[in-house]
Design a protein around this ligand. Sequence first.
Ligand SMILES: [Zn+2]
Length: 476
Amino acid sequence: MYKSLLLLCVAGFALSFSGCAQNPVSGGQDFVMMSESQEIATGRSADAEVRKQYKVYDNPALQKYVNDVGQNIASHSHRPNLNYHFTVLDSPEINAFALPGGYVYITRGILAYLNSEAEMAAVLGHEIGHVTARHGVKQQSAAQAANIGISIAAILVPQLNNQAFHDASNTLSGALLSGYGRDHELEADRLGAQYLARTGYDPQAMIRVIGVLKNQELFDAEVAKQEGREPRHYHGTFATHPDNDTRLQQVVGEAKNLTVASPIENRSEFIKQTAGLVFNDSVDEGVVRSNQFMHRDLGIALTFPPQWSVKNSPSQLIALSPQQDASIEFKVDGKPSGSVVEYARRLLGNGVTINTEEIDKHTAAIGAKNNVEAAVIYNKGKAFLILCATKTPQIMATQREAMQTTMRSFHALTEDERKQIKPLNIRLVTTQAGDTYAKLAQNSPLGKNAEKYLRLINEQYPQGEPVTGQTIKIVN
Ligand SMILES: [Zn+2]
């Protein structure tokens, strides 16, 4: 289920604010209604929320590596005495974000697309820049003035483009996009570049990382076209390609006089650390292969309509129609004492006709009301809910058949399906003469976009080819 971090933070905060504070970067007075100790406390409580929403990636060696690099950069920042925390999250999202007070997160999703320690340092440096310039605090103060609470300064916030279902999240993303958004991003880039240079990295790594993200956006636009959906848009710096972004070039260029003679790149160390990294879905939360969702521990599978985009996160599984006017949400609940029909009635309210039918040898209750249709199935001591909704009752009429096909596809995993449930991992290979990305992509579990994925993770998108004898990343 999609639950935006922005929303999460709205729920997460109810603090009192007071006073003006000195800005650690500029030395001037800020309109921030929060002391440093309040800032740290805010970060700490939001960190607890982040840890409920995300799992920490289970790889102590990688966590240590990221933390070592992060601490080193932070010690060269404007706020070297803050207690920083760097955490790799077990999420396929391509993201990094910072909370007030020194909490910095980077996903395994973004790590898969980076190609050197310098690039990872750039991502961390940018987030440290948000912390030192107190952007999270300022956003929260500004948001509080506008009566909404935003506190996360994310490097990327995908703006979901479906008003029907995510009005609130759109409003909040909109708030991030407007006004100070671009300025804060540029300031974080400027500070990050400075910290990179002071730590011994090439500040130009910042531009390269933004190029990685820009390519990701271009790739998503292509996939969106294939899937007939709207592309994702990211906030901040990506209006043009970073190579052509003069303001970005300028803010990063300011760090030039701090650059050391032979900057640290550490490509091979970084690549070694990220070998074996889980790519895309992790098995614990179930996997989606060709729009079929399969969950090993629950022992069940469900097939969503072709062309729909399926979003799977620890807290939610939801599929959206290409026009984003219909959704199918899949939920698991503890099995209550009453019957499936009673459960469905509670869900849909009185005065609704509930029919029963057999789905995969279990009695399912199916009920409909206006633009909502729901199925309840009890299986192995759990209640499974398939909730379908459309923007209007008219759209329900055209989508009902596809939605019911999904309901009826619910079944216990077969042995064959169970075997398909394994994570994809990043592997390292040394390229042989004649290797091309097209050749390496043959029979790839990444499917029709495999060649593009391989180029993206090796930073040779859209048309680079590997050099013979080079160590590159593949996925299998
Ligand atoms: Zn940012």
